[in-house]
Design a protein around this ligand. Structure first.
Ligand SMILES: [Zn+2]
Ligand SMILES: [Zn+2]
Length: 137
């Protein structure tokens, strides 16, 4: 997502963009998206600075770190970014900040639920689906 500071009117501007996670180099296998990232930027400009109120939304697939089930979830984040107006480089590229925000807010050990029972250490059965036969012995 790019913002041309020369094209921001005095009253500000709202930009909406949808882009592929691959464009941000985010489809790494650890973070999996199931659709495009939607970004809405409310941009305001003062004499020397640009402030961006950015809302990010993306469908995401996470793998539970206990039971290894894949869960469809969503990434939702609102953040405020500030940039200095640089006459030599009037176009601001938001992609590095968007990428960082997503990585920083990604849960390292996600769970399908706080009460996830995980997998049986013996048979590997998913204990959320009921106790496995190991227990009845
Ligand atoms: Zn789980
Ligand atoms: Zn078992």
């Amino acid at each position: 997502m790019k913002i041309d500071t020369r094209k921001i009117p005095d009253e500000g501007i709202t930009l909406v963009e949808e882009f592929s996670p691959a464009k941000l180099d985010l489809d790494t296998g650890i973070i999996k998206f199931s659709g495009p990232i939607k970004a809405k930027a409310v941009v305001a400009k003062s004499y020397s600075a640009v402030s961006v109120n950015l809302a990010l939304e993306a469908p995401m697939v996470i793998t539970c770190s206990r039971c290894l089930e894949e869960i469809n979830t969503g990434f939702n984040r609102q953040l405020e970014l500030h940039y200095a107006v640089d006459k030599l480089e009037p176009v601001i590229n938001l992609d590095p900040d968007i990428r960082e925000e997503i990585i920083l807010n990604y849960q390292i050990n996600p769970l399908c639920g706080i009460d996830c029972k995980g997998l049986c250490a013996k048979c590997g059965g998913n204990l959320n689906n009921g106790s496995c036969s190991c227990k009845s012995k």
